[in-house]
Design a protein around this ligand. Structure first.
Ligand code: ATP
Length: 228
């Protein structure tokens, strides 16, 4: 199995590229989806978030209100350590579930390309958990336009939101420096798809090599044990 981290800045096209990889045969999980699941009633993370941030973040049905939680974490009266506290509760469990998921898909098929899509792989310092890092990029203005189109909002609010979020992310040029593969999503979807196909073929080859190397190492170990 090859563990692949798929990352990139806000509205760069991570999900779009992830969907293309899945169509080519990769397995994929989104860190956002895991975090969303962990915030559901009954999960230990849910309990801890409510304990730390108070019942004021809950909706009437006791689900966590994303808007109220965002206000408690980022609002004008929130202390800057609130985001650290929230990440400290959520991130370790997101990582644990990602690892669990990768082990599971690897058990089902040893030559699988297992992709974790997450915006903050580099910022969170977890890049070393992956065998390969794929970074998606596009121009700043395109992010604003695409964000606005996706959320049916005006360009000015999109600009504010994209700028605010980008300020918390590592700049693209630094992400590109450490990437194994870069997908330039500033052109048409067809253009992106061509790059993704080429990237997937390299990743799939590496996955097969990883599987073969692991099998050979297993055989060597067996032989060494048998001889000793
Ligand atoms: P987020 O950071 O919000 O998770 P993302 O990085 O996953 O976003 P996408 O959701 O894949 O980005 O793309 C943002 C928007 O731009 C989507 O509406 C998508 O359909 C559109 N989009 C992505 N790539 C292209 C492209 N090459 N041309 C035109 N539109 C695109």
């Amino acid at each position: 199995m090859l563990k692949v981290g798929l990352t990139g800045g806000i509205a760069s096209g991570k999900t779009t590229v992830g969907e293309m990889l899945v169509r080519l045969g990769a397995k994929l999980i989104q860190a956002d989806a895991i975090a969303h699941q962990l915030m559901q009633p009954g999960e230990a993370v849910y309990e801890e978030v409510v304990r730390r941030f108070g019942e004021a973040i809950l909706n009437a049905d006791r689900t966590i209100s994303r808007a109220k939680l965002a206000e408690a974490v980022f609002g004008a009266s929130a202390s800057p350590c609130r985001i650290k506290q929230l990440n400290g509760i959520v991130h370790p469990e997101v990582i644990r579930r990602q690892e669990q998921w990768m082990e599971e898909v690897g058990r089902q098929r040893a030559d699988v390309v297992a992709v974790v899509e997450a915006a903050l792989i580099l910022e969170a310092g977890v890049a070393q958990r992956f065998d390969r890092l794929v970074v998606v990029t596009c121009h700043f203005e395109q992010r604003i336009e695409r964000w606005a189109r996706r959320l049916h909002t005006d360009l000015e609010s999109a600009r504010r939101e994209v700028t605010r979020r980008m300020a918390k992310q590592m700049p693209d040029d630094r992400k590109i420096q450490v990437a194994d593969q870069v997908i330039d999503n500033s052109g048409s979807l067809e253009n992106t798809e061509r790059q993704v196909r080429a990237a997937y073929s390299t990743l799939a080859e590496a996955a097969v090599k990883q599987m073969t190397d692991a099998a050979l190492a297993g055989q060597k170990n067996k032989k060494a044990k048998h001889e000793s």
